[in-house]
Design a binder for this molecule. Structure first.
Ligand SMILES: [Zn+2]
Length: 462
């Protein structure tokens, strides 16, 4: 059985100074392209609104005026693209206000591959559609699409791979070739690490590059290469997986993951039964909180330009955010990968865990109990990315023919003795140990819960 998946491969880049200039130019072009497309939409939409407001001014109800206002067609990507090709390089294309000089061709027209504009136009379509969907209630409420302001927007651009002339490719062991365009030649950027996993797949014909996104995170430029991968899926678990059988997992507070059976995280290391919240994370989180306090202190309300001290703290916070996200992601990926490699079946709690974060505070009439402990719980649970771990286990399970099993929602996994089934009704979250009053079993609360999950979970059909 094969499966086609789209996978992102992300690489830190080591561009030369001259190349950084080009990357800045592309990012600016992408931002301006987005604003160009959004500007066209906003202008047409404004025309429709003026028509509607006229009807309202004539005494029509708003709902009726909305229905009867002359229809307009908000330009989509194709029309934006056609208009852009027609007018590029012609200078200022809007009506001139009094005293305004016609600008000569925008700097961002030139020296950039057309495809970087097309994807920006596409992004404007998406932003517009998301807004319409939110108005129609198909998405959570959101504001009117915003123009991307210089300096306030993450520098980034995307180039879709052209299958006719495959010009995004790896050049040598660790160089990425970025196509030229707009009169500029293609160039190759050095990658910080060799992209071996992807180049191997490409060489064997299992992967095709579909697009390239380049963005700046703090001080670093990253390339994210999207590839379509054909992969063979095993139809059954390996013998070793089958011998290991089922593992039960409790996603909890004190330890991020508590397991019923040993897991080998790194070859040659002792198998483990608990995976703690990385200390690193707490440490970085503290630094981040400090940077954010400094930002708040140095922020001047209403100032056109914030102080250097503020900008410094802001850059620091952005960098810490990136570090935190990267460390968390890599830790999670290692754990979920090892789980699906080593076991044939993985037992988890029900996905209905949102109650954990919702109900702690209670209401004014009915205040929640143990609010403080639960607040701590919520934080730790969010720290390990409960949903993300579940998501990763679910998709990786298919790659190793692993069966997922879940216990029913509201199964009292931490209150039940896994050995005899006695239920402890008086237990609170503060009790770290489970003492069975019926059979005398004593075990860590989370470990007991993991065993219950292992014993009571039933396989879920994908
Ligand atoms: Zn018992």
């Amino acid at each position: 059985m094969t499966e086609t998946i789209i996978k992102a491969f992300r690489y830190a880049m080591d561009p030369t100074e001259a190349q950084v200039e080009i990357l800045h130019r592309y990012a600016t072009a992408s931002r301006c392209g987005f604003n160009f497309a959004l500007g066209m939409k906003v202008a047409v939409y404004g025309r429709w609104r003026r028509g509607r407001d006229q009807l309202i001014a004539q005494g029509m109800e708003k709902a009726e005026a909305t229905r009867k206002a002359p229809k307009v067609r908000v330009p989509n990507r194709n029309r934006t693209q056609a208009y852009w090709r027609e007018t590029r390089g012609q200078g200022f294309i809007g009506p001139l206000r009094e005293g305004q000089e016609p600008k000569t061709p925008f700097a961002w027209w030139d020296g950039v591959n057309n495809r970087a504009y097309y994807t920006a136009f596409e992004d404007a379509d998406t932003a517009w559609k998301n807004w319409l969907d939110s108005l129609a209630g198909r998405r959570p409420p959101m504001g009117f699409p915003r123009f991307k302001r210089r300096g306030a927007t993450r520098e980034s651009f995307r180039i879709v791979h052209s299958l006719k002339s495959p010009d995004i490719r790896f050049d040598g062991p660790r160089r990425l070739r970025i196509p030229g365009g707009g009169g500029q030649p293609a160039f190759t950027v050095r990658l910080h690490q060799p992209p071996r996993a992807l180049t191997t797949l490409i060489a064997s014909g299992q992967a095709v590059i579909t697009s390239l996104t380049i963005s700046r995170d703090g001080h670093r430029w990253h390339a994210s290469v999207l590839a379509r991968i054909e992969q063979d899926l095993p139809t059954r678990p390996t013998r070793r997986q089958q011998a290991a059988g089922r593992i039960g997992i409790d996603l909890g507070v004190k330890s991020a993951l508590t397991l019923t059976d040993p897991l080998t995280l790194h070859a040659g290391q002792t198998p483990i039964l608990t995976i703690d919240n990385p200390r690193l994370l707490a440490n970085t989180a503290r630094k981040l909180a400090r940077a954010q306090r400094v930002m708040a202190r140095r922020h001047v309300q209403g100032a056109a330009q914030q102080s250097n001290g503020y900008l410094e703290a802001k850059a620091k916070a952005a960098k810490l955010h990136a570090v935190l996200a990267a460390r968390r992601a890599s830790a999670q990926h290692v754990v979920t990968k090892r789980l699906v490699e080593q076991y044939a079946e993985i037992a988890l709690e029900s996905l209905n865990t949102q109650g954990m974060t919702r109900s702690a505070k209670g209401t004014a009439d009915k205040p929640g109990r143990n609010v403080r402990q639960k607040a701590g719980l919520n934080k730790a649970v969010l720290d390990i990315g409960f949903g993300e771990i579940n998501r990763q286990i679910e998709y990786k399970a298919r790659w190793h023919a692993v069966t997922i099993a879940r216990v029913p929602a509201f199964f009292p996994s931490s209150k039940t003795c896994h050995r005899c089934g006695w239920i402890d009704t008086g237990q609170t979250l503060a009790d770290r140990e489970f003492h069975c009053q019926a059979c005398g079993m004593i075990m860590g609360r989370d470990a007991n819960a993991a065993h219950n999950i292992k014993n009571h979970a039933t396989p879920v059909r994908p």
